[in-house]
Write a protein that binds this ligand. Sequence first.
Ligand code: PMP
Length: 321
Amino acid sequence: MIFRDASDIVLDDVFVELAGFVPEAEVYLKLEGFNPAGSIKSKTAVALIESAELEGRVGPDTQFIESTSGNLGIALATICAARGYSLTLVTDPNTAPAAVQAMTALGADVVRVDTRDAEHGYLQTRIDYIHNRLAVEPNLVWLNQYANPANIRVHRELTARAIHEEFGDLTALFIGAGTTGTLMGCLQYFGEHSPATQIVAVDAVGSVTFGLPTARRRLPGLGTSRRPEIFVDDGGFEKVVVDEPGTIAMCRRIARRYGLLVGASTGTVLTAVERFAPTLPRGARVVAISPDLGDKYLGTVYSPSWIAEHYPSLSAVARSD
Ligand code: PMP
């Protein structure tokens, strides 16, 4: 396969079976971590930049700015390097150091906000920072993944279609909710092409997207402290929330059992598959989307000392597994 440049690479057909994961169903993981920037966000990043180009928002002095918990930032930095754009990324203390290093290595200007917002997260603080800069810098263009319909469209046209082409009318599809771009895109596509497929949206305990109370979260990827503008809850999907200890224990189990070092949100989504499986019909075939791999989580999910510090109740698991 020869691609035009790094921004043109999309690996949308990598699936792996998790044999014996649950007795009730065949379970397949859609691995997005082999995309160029290491996550599902490489597709989102191209879509956001191309929507700005198509809308005529890009001139010779344009500087892009975006708020990111990690993966979108690495992806945008990849695309902007390949296409010659300048980029500022607004991160927070939950962004993995390896992610910040990758963004910087790819030439982005990385800013970190340190003040928690009223919902125990940092998103509102990151967005306030962007608004302050937009007010005084006319060349700055905010890509705004939380409100940009391109974030839905790209998953409808690529991610969802790739799953449907591989599996046809599967029983259930499990999707983590961050900006909810993946979720909304898959809901639209499967609603049109395979309405019998049950869509299960998975979020972290402490996230506000499903209307539940906020709480402190330490792992980036899923969840938000401010409901995304693109999220529409029409009741046509199931919702499951998983806490961080559940996520961590599942990631560690998957690594040992299947040789797949997956990212945190994959552990969250697979915990939901395990909990949901008893309600599935016999012979069910399900797909779970794995947004990234575990390399960026070696200092958290896969670190016994980090677990001992933040989740001491899991320490025994971390030592013995
Ligand atoms: N998992 C990881 C690791 C992510 O980086 C993201 C994006 N923030 C998601 C899941 C959620 O994807 P989406 O923004 O499309 O809801």
